[in-house]
Design a protein. Sequence first.
Length: 149
Amino acid sequence: MHGPYLGLPTKLPQDRSSTYLFSRQTVCQIIDDLSADTREVTAAWEGDAVRFTWTAAHDGDGGVLLVFPDAHQRYPIGDGMWCWEPWGSQLFASERQYAFVLGCTTYDSDIPSPSEPMDGNDYLRRNFEDDYLRGRAEARRLTLHRSDS
């Protein structure tokens, strides 16, 4: 299981084959995940661009696509290359992944005080704080220029 990847949809409504904008950090994770277990789709940096290469086993034809960042260093990825799985439809492989997602989805809210009663989310925030804070930072970075998309 890969991800989770935080992406900003390029249009609404979005679907599983939509294009999303990703930060360079997330693109690095996508490249690493593709390298770990697939031979049908590969990705590598080519300067500031990402080169996606896929075989005929992936889509019947095979191909290459260069993806360049936008003015805010966000990479548009998707457009039917594969289907994205919405976060709500799956269980995360680890508590670390879930803590990252929790940080992403609560990036614009206050962090609860440690003196408040602890629930499941507080457990994740406190025990996987680095992942939680990484998710918050990634969401802030990605949505900083949301209105410019």
